[in-house]
Design a protein around this ligand. Structure first.
Ligand code: ATP
Ligand code: MG
Length: 576
Protein backbone atom coordinates (compact mmCIF):
# COMPACT_ATOMS: atom_id res chain seq x y z
CA UNK A 1 0.00 0.00 0.00
CA UNK A 2 1.20 3.48 -0.87
CA UNK A 3 0.74 5.92 1.96
CA UNK A 4 -0.01 8.66 -0.58
CA UNK A 5 -3.14 6.73 -1.57
CA UNK A 6 -4.21 5.52 1.84
CA UNK A 7 -7.10 7.09 3.66
CA UNK A 8 -5.39 8.06 6.87
CA UNK A 9 -5.65 11.06 9.11
CA UNK A 10 -3.28 11.28 12.04
CA UNK A 11 -3.96 13.85 14.75
CA UNK A 12 -1.56 16.24 16.44
CA UNK A 13 -4.03 17.05 19.19
CA UNK A 14 -6.21 14.49 20.91
CA UNK A 15 -9.47 15.21 22.75
CA UNK A 16 -9.09 15.78 26.50
CA UNK A 17 -11.27 12.80 27.30
CA UNK A 18 -8.53 10.45 26.07
CA UNK A 19 -6.58 9.81 29.26
CA UNK A 20 -4.70 6.57 28.76
CA UNK A 21 -1.97 5.77 26.21
CA UNK A 22 -3.95 3.23 24.16
CA UNK A 23 -6.91 5.57 23.74
CA UNK A 24 -4.67 8.54 22.92
CA UNK A 25 -2.53 6.58 20.44
CA UNK A 26 -5.40 4.82 18.68
CA UNK A 27 -6.98 8.25 18.12
CA UNK A 28 -3.72 9.99 17.19
CA UNK A 29 -2.84 7.34 14.63
CA UNK A 30 -6.34 7.73 13.21
CA UNK A 31 -6.90 3.99 13.64
CA UNK A 32 -10.20 4.46 15.42
CA UNK A 33 -12.78 7.19 15.19
CA UNK A 34 -15.38 8.09 17.76
CA UNK A 35 -19.00 8.37 16.69
CA UNK A 36 -20.68 8.95 20.07
CA UNK A 37 -19.70 8.08 23.62
CA UNK A 38 -18.51 4.47 23.74
CA UNK A 39 -19.08 3.86 20.03
CA UNK A 40 -16.10 3.74 17.70
CA UNK A 41 -15.44 3.02 14.07
CA UNK A 42 -12.24 1.58 12.61
CA UNK A 43 -10.25 3.23 9.83
CA UNK A 44 -8.10 1.18 7.41
CA UNK A 45 -5.07 0.72 9.68
CA UNK A 46 -7.15 0.01 12.77
CA UNK A 47 -9.36 -2.45 10.96
CA UNK A 48 -6.34 -4.37 9.69
CA UNK A 49 -5.14 -4.91 13.26
CA UNK A 50 -8.61 -5.93 14.42
CA UNK A 51 -8.68 -8.51 11.64
CA UNK A 52 -5.25 -9.81 12.61
CA UNK A 53 -6.48 -10.44 16.14
CA UNK A 54 -9.63 -12.06 14.76
CA UNK A 55 -7.50 -14.32 12.55
CA UNK A 56 -5.41 -15.48 15.51
CA UNK A 57 -8.58 -16.15 17.50
CA UNK A 58 -10.16 -17.98 14.57
CA UNK A 59 -7.11 -20.16 13.91
CA UNK A 60 -6.81 -21.21 17.53
CA UNK A 61 -10.54 -21.80 17.92
CA UNK A 62 -10.73 -23.84 14.72
CA UNK A 63 -7.72 -25.87 15.85
CA UNK A 64 -9.71 -27.03 18.90
CA UNK A 65 -12.53 -28.28 16.67
CA UNK A 66 -14.88 -25.42 17.53
CA UNK A 67 -17.17 -24.42 14.64
CA UNK A 68 -17.72 -20.83 13.61
CA UNK A 69 -21.24 -19.53 13.04
CA UNK A 70 -22.65 -16.02 12.96
CA UNK A 71 -25.80 -15.02 14.82
CA UNK A 72 -27.70 -11.76 14.73
CA UNK A 73 -27.03 -8.99 17.21
CA UNK A 74 -30.81 -8.49 17.46
CA UNK A 75 -32.35 -10.85 20.01
CA UNK A 76 -36.03 -11.30 20.95
CA UNK A 77 -36.94 -10.54 24.58
CA UNK A 78 -38.75 -13.88 24.94
CA UNK A 79 -35.50 -15.82 25.08
CA UNK A 80 -34.16 -13.53 27.78
CA UNK A 81 -37.39 -13.86 29.73
CA UNK A 82 -37.03 -17.63 29.59
CA UNK A 83 -33.55 -17.54 31.09
CA UNK A 84 -34.58 -14.92 33.64
CA UNK A 85 -32.04 -12.40 32.42
CA UNK A 86 -34.44 -9.87 30.86
CA UNK A 87 -34.66 -8.47 34.38
CA UNK A 88 -31.35 -9.68 35.85
CA UNK A 89 -29.16 -8.07 33.19
CA UNK A 90 -30.47 -4.63 34.14
CA UNK A 91 -29.89 -1.29 32.44
CA UNK A 92 -26.76 -2.48 30.62
CA UNK A 93 -29.03 -4.45 28.29
CA UNK A 94 -29.67 -2.31 25.23
CA UNK A 95 -33.42 -2.73 24.71
CA UNK A 96 -35.52 -1.74 21.72
CA UNK A 97 -38.97 -2.27 20.26
CA UNK A 98 -40.01 -3.03 16.73
CA UNK A 99 -42.85 -1.14 15.00
CA UNK A 100 -45.41 -3.49 16.55
CA UNK A 101 -44.17 -2.85 20.07
CA UNK A 102 -42.45 -6.20 20.43
CA UNK A 103 -39.40 -6.15 22.74
CA UNK A 104 -35.89 -6.92 21.56
CA UNK A 105 -32.38 -6.30 22.74
CA UNK A 106 -29.01 -5.87 21.11
CA UNK A 107 -27.02 -8.83 22.37
CA UNK A 108 -24.46 -8.13 25.11
CA UNK A 109 -23.62 -11.86 24.97
CA UNK A 110 -25.36 -14.86 23.37
CA UNK A 111 -25.98 -17.67 25.90
CA UNK A 112 -29.73 -17.60 25.20
CA UNK A 113 -29.33 -17.71 21.42
CA UNK A 114 -26.83 -20.58 21.42
CA UNK A 115 -28.86 -22.54 23.96
CA UNK A 116 -31.89 -22.06 21.72
CA UNK A 117 -29.99 -23.40 18.70
CA UNK A 118 -28.87 -26.45 20.59
CA UNK A 119 -32.25 -27.24 22.14
CA UNK A 120 -33.71 -27.25 18.64
CA UNK A 121 -30.92 -29.17 16.95
CA UNK A 122 -29.47 -31.56 19.50
CA UNK A 123 -31.38 -34.49 20.92
CA UNK A 124 -28.88 -37.31 21.35
CA UNK A 125 -25.65 -37.90 23.24
CA UNK A 126 -24.18 -38.82 19.86
CA UNK A 127 -24.21 -35.14 18.88
CA UNK A 128 -22.11 -34.16 21.89
CA UNK A 129 -19.65 -32.71 22.72
CA UNK A 130 -19.89 -29.65 20.52
CA UNK A 131 -18.44 -26.16 20.59
CA UNK A 132 -19.91 -23.30 18.54
CA UNK A 133 -18.42 -19.83 18.34
CA UNK A 134 -18.74 -16.51 16.58
CA UNK A 135 -16.83 -13.27 16.22
CA UNK A 136 -19.46 -10.62 16.38
CA UNK A 137 -20.50 -7.15 17.50
CA UNK A 138 -21.83 -6.85 21.04
CA UNK A 139 -23.77 -4.05 22.72
CA UNK A 140 -23.71 -3.05 26.37
CA UNK A 141 -25.12 0.25 27.52
CA UNK A 142 -22.27 0.71 30.01
CA UNK A 143 -22.87 3.20 32.82
CA UNK A 144 -19.42 4.71 32.28
CA UNK A 145 -18.02 4.02 28.83
CA UNK A 146 -14.40 5.14 28.93
CA UNK A 147 -10.86 4.61 27.79
CA UNK A 148 -11.89 4.19 24.15
CA UNK A 149 -12.03 0.56 23.09
CA UNK A 150 -11.39 -0.60 26.63
CA UNK A 151 -14.92 -0.05 27.88
CA UNK A 152 -17.16 0.79 24.97
CA UNK A 153 -20.86 0.34 24.33
CA UNK A 154 -20.35 -1.40 21.01
CA UNK A 155 -17.44 -3.83 20.73
CA UNK A 156 -16.29 -6.96 18.98
CA UNK A 157 -16.29 -10.16 20.99
CA UNK A 158 -15.46 -13.74 20.23
CA UNK A 159 -17.95 -15.84 22.14
CA UNK A 160 -17.88 -19.62 22.23
CA UNK A 161 -20.28 -22.07 23.87
CA UNK A 162 -19.49 -25.68 24.70
CA UNK A 163 -22.11 -28.41 25.07
CA UNK A 164 -21.33 -31.63 26.92
CA UNK A 165 -23.06 -34.63 28.44
CA UNK A 166 -21.71 -34.24 31.93
CA UNK A 167 -19.40 -32.35 34.25
CA UNK A 168 -16.40 -34.41 33.19
CA UNK A 169 -16.99 -33.43 29.57
CA UNK A 170 -17.34 -29.79 30.58
CA UNK A 171 -14.07 -29.94 32.51
CA UNK A 172 -12.35 -31.14 29.35
CA UNK A 173 -13.97 -28.51 27.11
CA UNK A 174 -13.08 -25.81 29.63
CA UNK A 175 -9.45 -26.92 29.73
CA UNK A 176 -9.30 -26.95 25.93
CA UNK A 177 -10.58 -23.36 25.78
CA UNK A 178 -8.32 -22.25 28.63
CA UNK A 179 -5.29 -23.60 26.75
CA UNK A 180 -6.45 -22.00 23.49
CA UNK A 181 -6.75 -18.64 25.29
CA UNK A 182 -3.22 -19.05 26.53
CA UNK A 183 -2.00 -19.46 22.95
CA UNK A 184 -4.18 -16.64 21.60
CA UNK A 185 -2.99 -14.01 24.05
CA UNK A 186 0.62 -15.18 23.73
CA UNK A 187 0.41 -14.81 19.96
CA UNK A 188 -1.08 -11.34 20.43
CA UNK A 189 2.11 -10.37 22.26
CA UNK A 190 0.44 -9.80 25.61
CA UNK A 191 1.84 -10.28 29.08
CA UNK A 192 -1.12 -11.76 30.90
CA UNK A 193 -2.20 -13.88 33.83
CA UNK A 194 -5.19 -16.21 34.10
CA UNK A 195 -6.89 -15.66 37.45
CA UNK A 196 -9.91 -17.11 39.20
CA UNK A 197 -12.90 -14.86 38.74
CA UNK A 198 -16.44 -14.16 39.83
CA UNK A 199 -19.16 -15.29 37.44
CA UNK A 200 -21.23 -12.07 37.52
CA UNK A 201 -24.29 -11.70 35.27
CA UNK A 202 -23.27 -14.72 33.17
CA UNK A 203 -23.63 -17.18 36.06
CA UNK A 204 -22.28 -20.68 36.56
CA UNK A 205 -19.74 -22.11 38.98
CA UNK A 206 -16.07 -21.77 38.01
CA UNK A 207 -14.55 -19.01 35.99
CA UNK A 208 -11.18 -17.58 35.01
CA UNK A 209 -10.35 -14.16 33.69
CA UNK A 210 -7.38 -13.61 31.41
CA UNK A 211 -5.88 -10.38 32.59
CA UNK A 212 -3.36 -8.38 30.59
CA UNK A 213 -1.08 -6.77 33.14
CA UNK A 214 -1.42 -2.98 33.02
CA UNK A 215 -1.50 -0.11 35.48
CA UNK A 216 -4.51 1.41 33.72
CA UNK A 217 -6.57 -1.80 33.85
CA UNK A 218 -9.86 -1.83 35.69
CA UNK A 219 -9.39 -5.36 37.06
CA UNK A 220 -7.57 -5.75 40.31
CA UNK A 221 -5.96 -9.08 40.96
CA UNK A 222 -4.52 -10.67 44.07
CA UNK A 223 -1.81 -13.26 43.66
CA UNK A 224 0.64 -15.16 45.77
CA UNK A 225 4.30 -15.64 44.96
CA UNK A 226 4.63 -18.62 47.32
CA UNK A 227 1.86 -20.69 45.75
CA UNK A 228 -0.22 -20.50 42.58
CA UNK A 229 -3.17 -18.59 44.05
CA UNK A 230 -4.31 -15.85 41.67
CA UNK A 231 -7.80 -14.35 41.63
CA UNK A 232 -9.58 -11.10 40.98
CA UNK A 233 -9.98 -9.18 44.22
CA UNK A 234 -13.75 -9.49 43.60
CA UNK A 235 -13.43 -13.22 43.82
CA UNK A 236 -10.46 -13.82 46.14
CA UNK A 237 -11.36 -15.53 49.35
CA UNK A 238 -10.17 -13.69 52.48
CA UNK A 239 -9.35 -15.81 55.50
CA UNK A 240 -10.94 -14.85 58.81
CA UNK A 241 -8.65 -13.70 61.58
CA UNK A 242 -8.34 -16.54 64.13
CA UNK A 243 -11.25 -16.67 66.56
CA UNK A 244 -10.41 -15.14 69.94
CA UNK A 245 -10.72 -17.83 72.56
CA UNK A 246 -10.37 -17.90 76.31
CA UNK A 247 -11.38 -14.26 76.69
CA UNK A 248 -14.12 -13.41 79.14
CA UNK A 249 -17.21 -11.88 77.55
CA UNK A 250 -17.79 -8.58 79.32
CA UNK A 251 -21.24 -7.13 79.81
CA UNK A 252 -22.38 -4.92 76.95
CA UNK A 253 -22.37 -1.22 77.77
CA UNK A 254 -23.58 1.95 76.08
CA UNK A 255 -21.05 4.76 75.92
CA UNK A 256 -21.34 8.43 74.94
CA UNK A 257 -19.22 9.04 71.83
CA UNK A 258 -20.19 12.49 70.59
CA UNK A 259 -19.49 13.27 66.93
CA UNK A 260 -17.58 10.04 66.25
CA UNK A 261 -19.16 9.06 62.96
CA UNK A 262 -16.26 7.18 61.41
CA UNK A 263 -14.38 4.10 62.54
CA UNK A 264 -11.20 6.20 62.97
CA UNK A 265 -13.00 8.74 65.14
CA UNK A 266 -14.63 6.24 67.46
CA UNK A 267 -11.49 4.08 67.73
CA UNK A 268 -9.45 7.20 68.63
CA UNK A 269 -12.05 8.44 71.04
CA UNK A 270 -12.28 5.15 72.93
CA UNK A 271 -8.59 4.25 72.59
CA UNK A 272 -9.32 1.08 70.61
CA UNK A 273 -7.73 -0.54 67.58
CA UNK A 274 -9.90 -0.34 64.46
CA UNK A 275 -9.96 -4.13 64.54
CA UNK A 276 -11.91 -3.95 67.82
CA UNK A 277 -14.77 -2.14 66.13
CA UNK A 278 -17.59 -3.21 63.84
CA UNK A 279 -18.25 -1.23 60.66
CA UNK A 280 -21.78 -0.93 59.24
CA UNK A 281 -22.61 -0.46 55.56
CA UNK A 282 -26.24 0.22 54.67
CA UNK A 283 -28.05 -0.57 51.44
CA UNK A 284 -31.46 -0.35 49.85
CA UNK A 285 -32.66 -3.03 47.43
CA UNK A 286 -35.04 -2.84 44.47
CA UNK A 287 -37.57 -5.23 42.98
CA UNK A 288 -38.07 -6.10 39.31
CA UNK A 289 -40.09 -2.93 38.72
CA UNK A 290 -37.34 -0.81 40.21
CA UNK A 291 -39.31 -0.10 43.42
CA UNK A 292 -37.55 -0.13 46.80
CA UNK A 293 -38.29 -3.42 48.50
CA UNK A 294 -36.00 -3.67 51.49
CA UNK A 295 -32.90 -2.65 53.39
CA UNK A 296 -29.66 -4.47 54.03
CA UNK A 297 -27.05 -3.83 56.73
CA UNK A 298 -23.64 -5.42 56.22
CA UNK A 299 -21.19 -5.67 59.09
CA UNK A 300 -17.43 -6.20 58.90
CA UNK A 301 -14.52 -5.58 61.24
CA UNK A 302 -13.59 -1.88 61.35
CA UNK A 303 -10.18 -2.41 59.73
CA UNK A 304 -11.61 -4.37 56.78
CA UNK A 305 -13.06 -3.32 53.45
CA UNK A 306 -16.41 -4.57 52.15
CA UNK A 307 -16.29 -6.67 48.99
CA UNK A 308 -19.44 -5.64 47.14
CA UNK A 309 -19.38 -8.68 44.82
CA UNK A 310 -19.41 -11.04 47.80
CA UNK A 311 -22.33 -9.14 49.34
CA UNK A 312 -24.33 -9.25 46.10
CA UNK A 313 -23.65 -12.97 45.73
CA UNK A 314 -24.69 -13.62 49.34
CA UNK A 315 -27.99 -11.84 48.70
CA UNK A 316 -28.48 -13.50 45.26
CA UNK A 317 -29.25 -10.11 43.77
CA UNK A 318 -28.28 -8.65 40.41
CA UNK A 319 -25.79 -5.81 40.70
CA UNK A 320 -28.29 -3.15 39.67
CA UNK A 321 -30.83 -4.11 42.38
CA UNK A 322 -28.82 -2.72 45.31
CA UNK A 323 -27.47 0.73 46.21
CA UNK A 324 -26.14 2.57 49.22
CA UNK A 325 -29.11 3.57 51.35
CA UNK A 326 -30.24 7.07 52.13
CA UNK A 327 -29.86 6.89 55.91
CA UNK A 328 -32.54 9.49 56.56
CA UNK A 329 -35.06 7.24 54.79
CA UNK A 330 -33.71 3.97 56.15
CA UNK A 331 -33.54 5.21 59.76
CA UNK A 332 -37.27 5.48 60.55
CA UNK A 333 -37.93 2.00 59.09
CA UNK A 334 -35.01 0.06 60.60
CA UNK A 335 -33.64 2.07 63.51
CA UNK A 336 -30.35 2.81 61.70
CA UNK A 337 -28.70 6.10 62.67
CA UNK A 338 -26.17 7.62 60.26
CA UNK A 339 -22.65 7.07 61.63
CA UNK A 340 -23.93 5.22 64.71
CA UNK A 341 -25.49 2.08 63.26
CA UNK A 342 -24.66 -1.26 64.82
CA UNK A 343 -26.14 -4.74 64.63
CA UNK A 344 -27.98 -4.48 67.96
CA UNK A 345 -31.43 -2.95 67.81
CA UNK A 346 -31.75 -2.95 64.03
CA UNK A 347 -35.03 -4.29 62.72
CA UNK A 348 -36.85 -4.80 59.44
CA UNK A 349 -33.71 -5.24 57.41
CA UNK A 350 -31.51 -8.11 56.29
CA UNK A 351 -28.40 -8.33 58.45
CA UNK A 352 -25.35 -9.78 56.72
CA UNK A 353 -22.39 -10.43 58.99
CA UNK A 354 -18.84 -11.15 57.87
CA UNK A 355 -17.77 -14.65 58.88
CA UNK A 356 -14.91 -13.27 60.96
CA UNK A 357 -17.09 -11.33 63.41
CA UNK A 358 -18.55 -14.27 65.38
CA UNK A 359 -14.99 -15.10 66.48
CA UNK A 360 -14.19 -11.56 67.65
CA UNK A 361 -15.14 -10.76 71.23
CA UNK A 362 -15.93 -7.60 73.15
CA UNK A 363 -16.29 -5.44 70.06
CA UNK A 364 -17.42 -1.84 69.72
CA UNK A 365 -20.40 -1.08 67.46
CA UNK A 366 -22.83 1.75 66.82
CA UNK A 367 -25.72 1.90 69.31
CA UNK A 368 -28.35 2.94 66.74
CA UNK A 369 -28.58 6.10 68.78
CA UNK A 370 -27.11 9.51 67.91
CA UNK A 371 -23.67 10.07 69.51
CA UNK A 372 -23.60 6.64 71.16
CA UNK A 373 -21.77 3.35 70.72
CA UNK A 374 -21.96 0.00 72.45
CA UNK A 375 -18.86 -1.72 73.80
CA UNK A 376 -18.33 -5.39 74.59
CA UNK A 377 -20.69 -6.45 71.84
CA UNK A 378 -20.57 -10.20 71.25
CA UNK A 379 -22.00 -12.31 68.46
CA UNK A 380 -24.70 -14.79 69.49
CA UNK A 381 -25.34 -13.08 72.80
CA UNK A 382 -25.98 -9.53 71.54
CA UNK A 383 -26.65 -9.87 67.82
CA UNK A 384 -27.00 -12.35 65.01
CA UNK A 385 -26.84 -12.27 61.25
CA UNK A 386 -29.48 -13.45 58.79
CA UNK A 387 -26.52 -14.38 56.61
CA UNK A 388 -22.98 -15.02 57.84
CA UNK A 389 -20.38 -15.22 55.08
CA UNK A 390 -17.02 -13.89 53.88
CA UNK A 391 -17.60 -10.24 52.90
CA UNK A 392 -14.01 -9.03 53.02
CA UNK A 393 -11.71 -7.65 50.36
CA UNK A 394 -8.42 -9.56 50.28
CA UNK A 395 -5.99 -6.69 50.50
CA UNK A 396 -2.33 -6.50 49.58
CA UNK A 397 -0.32 -8.02 52.44
CA UNK A 398 -3.23 -10.06 53.83
CA UNK A 399 -2.45 -13.77 54.26
CA UNK A 400 -2.96 -15.88 51.13
CA UNK A 401 -6.14 -17.99 51.54
CA UNK A 402 -4.24 -21.04 50.29
CA UNK A 403 -0.78 -20.89 51.90
CA UNK A 404 -0.80 -17.92 54.28
CA UNK A 405 2.05 -15.91 52.68
CA UNK A 406 1.34 -12.18 52.20
CA UNK A 407 -0.53 -11.63 48.94
CA UNK A 408 0.40 -9.11 46.24
CA UNK A 409 -1.88 -6.98 44.13
CA UNK A 410 -1.62 -5.98 40.49
CA UNK A 411 -3.86 -4.22 38.01
CA UNK A 412 -4.84 -5.56 34.65
CA UNK A 413 -7.19 -5.45 31.70
CA UNK A 414 -9.66 -8.32 31.43
CA UNK A 415 -9.22 -9.45 27.84
CA UNK A 416 -11.07 -12.75 28.12
CA UNK A 417 -13.13 -14.83 30.49
CA UNK A 418 -14.12 -18.50 30.56
CA UNK A 419 -17.07 -19.88 32.54
CA UNK A 420 -18.34 -23.27 33.57
CA UNK A 421 -22.06 -22.62 33.22
CA UNK A 422 -23.24 -26.11 34.08
CA UNK A 423 -26.97 -26.45 33.43
CA UNK A 424 -28.04 -22.89 34.28
CA UNK A 425 -29.29 -22.13 30.76
CA UNK A 426 -30.09 -25.65 29.57
CA UNK A 427 -32.34 -26.25 32.59
CA UNK A 428 -34.20 -22.94 32.41
CA UNK A 429 -34.57 -23.16 28.63
CA UNK A 430 -35.04 -26.90 28.26
CA UNK A 431 -31.96 -27.90 26.25
CA UNK A 432 -31.94 -31.67 26.78
CA UNK A 433 -30.28 -34.72 25.28
CA UNK A 434 -31.09 -38.41 25.54
CA UNK A 435 -28.42 -40.84 26.73
CA UNK A 436 -27.86 -44.45 25.58
CA UNK A 437 -30.85 -45.56 27.67
CA UNK A 438 -33.20 -42.91 26.29
CA UNK A 439 -32.94 -41.02 29.59
CA UNK A 440 -33.20 -37.22 29.26
CA UNK A 441 -30.58 -34.91 30.82
CA UNK A 442 -29.91 -31.20 30.58
CA UNK A 443 -26.87 -30.39 28.42
CA UNK A 444 -23.87 -29.21 30.45
CA UNK A 445 -22.56 -25.90 29.11
CA UNK A 446 -19.53 -23.63 29.21
CA UNK A 447 -19.03 -20.21 27.67
CA UNK A 448 -15.89 -18.42 26.64
CA UNK A 449 -15.47 -14.75 25.67
CA UNK A 450 -12.64 -12.68 24.26
CA UNK A 451 -12.91 -8.94 23.85
CA UNK A 452 -11.30 -8.55 20.43
CA UNK A 453 -11.35 -4.75 20.38
CA UNK A 454 -10.39 -4.53 24.05
CA UNK A 455 -7.47 -6.83 23.26
CA UNK A 456 -6.36 -4.34 20.61
CA UNK A 457 -6.32 -1.59 23.23
CA UNK A 458 -4.50 -3.85 25.72
CA UNK A 459 -1.80 -4.58 23.16
CA UNK A 460 -1.20 -0.85 22.59
CA UNK A 461 -1.20 -0.31 26.34
CA UNK A 462 1.66 -2.81 26.71
CA UNK A 463 3.51 -1.87 23.50
CA UNK A 464 4.19 1.83 23.13
CA UNK A 465 6.69 4.54 24.00
CA UNK A 466 6.54 8.34 24.00
CA UNK A 467 6.77 8.42 20.20
CA UNK A 468 3.92 6.05 19.46
CA UNK A 469 2.82 2.46 19.14
CA UNK A 470 5.28 -0.46 18.85
CA UNK A 471 3.17 -3.22 17.28
CA UNK A 472 4.08 -6.86 17.81
CA UNK A 473 4.52 -8.29 14.30
CA UNK A 474 1.54 -10.65 14.71
CA UNK A 475 -1.03 -7.85 14.96
CA UNK A 476 0.71 -4.95 13.20
CA UNK A 477 -1.43 -3.34 10.47
CA UNK A 478 1.62 -3.66 8.17
CA UNK A 479 4.90 -5.45 8.77
CA UNK A 480 7.21 -2.93 7.13
CA UNK A 481 7.24 0.73 6.22
CA UNK A 482 9.57 1.99 3.52
CA UNK A 483 10.33 5.62 4.19
CA UNK A 484 11.26 7.22 0.91
CA UNK A 485 13.10 10.35 1.92
CA UNK A 486 12.92 12.23 -1.42
CA UNK A 487 10.21 10.94 -3.75
CA UNK A 488 11.48 13.37 -6.45
CA UNK A 489 14.92 11.76 -6.48
CA UNK A 490 14.81 9.16 -9.20
CA UNK A 491 17.50 6.88 -7.74
CA UNK A 492 15.77 6.85 -4.36
CA UNK A 493 12.34 6.32 -5.88
CA UNK A 494 13.53 3.40 -7.97
CA UNK A 495 15.25 1.71 -5.03
CA UNK A 496 12.12 2.12 -2.92
CA UNK A 497 9.94 0.67 -5.68
CA UNK A 498 12.29 -2.27 -6.06
CA UNK A 499 12.14 -3.10 -2.34
CA UNK A 500 8.40 -2.52 -2.26
CA UNK A 501 7.71 -4.96 -5.05
CA UNK A 502 10.18 -7.59 -3.75
CA UNK A 503 8.63 -7.54 -0.29
CA UNK A 504 5.07 -7.49 -1.55
CA UNK A 505 5.82 -10.44 -3.80
CA UNK A 506 7.20 -12.32 -0.79
CA UNK A 507 3.93 -11.81 1.07
CA UNK A 508 5.29 -9.12 3.39
CA UNK A 509 2.67 -6.49 4.13
CA UNK A 510 4.44 -3.34 3.14
CA UNK A 511 3.63 0.36 3.34
CA UNK A 512 5.49 2.70 1.06
CA UNK A 513 5.67 6.24 2.38
CA UNK A 514 5.85 8.00 -0.96
CA UNK A 515 4.15 11.17 0.27
CA UNK A 516 5.60 14.54 -0.61
CA UNK A 517 6.26 15.39 3.04
CA UNK A 518 9.37 16.52 4.88
CA UNK A 519 11.52 13.56 6.05
CA UNK A 520 11.01 14.58 9.68
CA UNK A 521 7.25 14.24 9.31
CA UNK A 522 7.63 10.81 7.74
CA UNK A 523 9.92 9.50 10.48
CA UNK A 524 7.56 10.83 13.14
CA UNK A 525 4.56 9.19 11.47
CA UNK A 526 6.40 5.88 11.07
CA UNK A 527 7.18 5.88 14.80
CA UNK A 528 3.66 6.95 15.71
CA UNK A 529 2.08 4.22 13.58
CA UNK A 530 4.42 1.69 15.14
CA UNK A 531 5.14 -0.46 12.07
CA UNK A 532 7.65 -3.07 13.36
CA UNK A 533 10.32 -2.64 10.63
CA UNK A 534 11.39 0.54 8.85
CA UNK A 535 13.50 0.67 5.72
CA UNK A 536 14.74 4.15 4.96
CA UNK A 537 15.65 4.89 1.38
CA UNK A 538 17.66 8.13 1.30
CA UNK A 539 21.03 9.53 0.22
CA UNK A 540 22.73 6.12 0.43
CA UNK A 541 20.52 4.82 -2.36
CA UNK A 542 23.16 6.08 -4.82
CA UNK A 543 25.55 3.47 -3.37
CA UNK A 544 22.84 0.82 -3.43
CA UNK A 545 22.36 1.00 0.32
CA UNK A 546 19.39 1.55 2.62
CA UNK A 547 18.87 1.77 6.36
CA UNK A 548 17.18 -1.01 8.33
CA UNK A 549 15.64 -0.32 11.74
CA UNK A 550 13.27 -2.09 14.09
CA UNK A 551 10.70 0.11 15.80
CA UNK A 552 11.44 -1.55 19.14
CA UNK A 553 15.21 -0.91 18.93
CA UNK A 554 17.19 2.29 18.50
CA UNK A 555 20.01 0.71 16.50
CA UNK A 556 20.12 1.27 12.71
CA UNK A 557 21.92 -0.82 10.11
CA UNK A 558 23.15 0.05 6.64
CA UNK A 559 22.44 -2.80 4.25
CA UNK A 560 22.39 -3.37 0.54
CA UNK A 561 18.94 -3.53 -1.02
CA UNK A 562 19.01 -7.29 -1.33
CA UNK A 563 20.37 -7.79 2.20
CA UNK A 564 17.60 -5.58 3.55
CA UNK A 565 14.90 -7.45 1.65
CA UNK A 566 16.22 -10.78 2.87
CA UNK A 567 16.47 -9.62 6.47
CA UNK A 568 12.95 -8.24 6.43
CA UNK A 569 11.47 -11.43 5.00
CA UNK A 570 13.27 -13.48 7.64
CA UNK A 571 12.13 -11.45 10.65
CA UNK A 572 8.56 -11.12 9.38
CA UNK A 573 8.26 -14.87 8.88
CA UNK A 574 9.73 -15.55 12.30
CA UNK A 575 7.48 -13.18 14.17
CA UNK A 576 4.22 -12.87 12.30
P1 ATP B 1 -16.16 -6.19 32.59
O1 ATP B 1 -16.04 -6.86 33.93
O2 ATP B 1 -14.90 -5.53 32.13
O3 ATP B 1 -17.37 -5.33 32.45
P2 ATP B 1 -17.41 -8.57 31.75
O4 ATP B 1 -16.85 -9.50 32.75
O5 ATP B 1 -18.77 -8.05 31.90
O6 ATP B 1 -16.39 -7.37 31.54
P3 ATP B 1 -17.72 -10.69 29.80
O7 ATP B 1 -19.18 -10.79 29.89
O8 ATP B 1 -16.87 -11.72 30.45
O9 ATP B 1 -17.25 -9.23 30.29
O10 ATP B 1 -17.32 -10.50 28.26
C1 ATP B 1 -16.25 -11.17 27.62
C2 ATP B 1 -15.17 -10.21 27.19
O11 ATP B 1 -15.69 -9.11 26.45
C3 ATP B 1 -14.46 -9.55 28.35
O12 ATP B 1 -13.46 -10.39 28.87
C4 ATP B 1 -13.89 -8.30 27.72
O13 ATP B 1 -12.65 -8.58 27.10
C5 ATP B 1 -14.91 -7.95 26.66
N1 ATP B 1 -15.76 -6.83 27.11
C6 ATP B 1 -16.75 -6.85 28.02
N2 ATP B 1 -17.32 -5.65 28.16
C7 ATP B 1 -16.68 -4.83 27.28
C8 ATP B 1 -16.82 -3.44 26.93
N3 ATP B 1 -17.73 -2.68 27.50
N4 ATP B 1 -15.99 -2.94 25.98
C9 ATP B 1 -15.06 -3.71 25.38
N5 ATP B 1 -14.89 -5.02 25.67
C10 ATP B 1 -15.69 -5.57 26.60
MG1 MG C 1 -15.85 -10.93 32.37
Amino acid sequence: MRLSKMHIKTLREVPNEAEIPSHILLLRTGMIRKLVSGVYGFMPMGWRSVRKIEDIVRQEMDATGAQEIHMSAVQPAELWQESGRWYAYGPELWRLKDRNGRDFCLGPTHEEIFTDIVRNDVSSYRQLPMNLYQIQTKYRDEARPRFGLMRSREFIMKDAYSFDRDQEGLDKSYKTMYDAYDRIFTRCGLKFRPVEADTGAIGGSNSHEFTAISEVGESEIAYCESCSMAATTERAECKDAPAQTGIELKPMEEVHTPGTKTIEEVADFLGLEKSQTIKALLFVTYDEEGKENGYVAAFIRGDRELNMTKLINALSLPEHAIEFADESKMGPVTGAVGGFTGPCGLHDCTIVVDSELPGQVNMCAGACKEDHHLINVNYGRDYEGDIVTDLKVLREGDPCPVCGAPVKHARGIEVGQVFKLGTKYSSSMGAMYKDENQQEHPIVMGCYGIGVTRTLAAIVEQHHDEDGIIWPMSVAPYHVIITLVKPDDQVQAEAAEEIYSALTKAGVETLLDDRKERPGVKFKDADLLGIPVRITVGKLAGEGKVEYKLRRESEKQELTVSEAVEKVIRIVNEEK
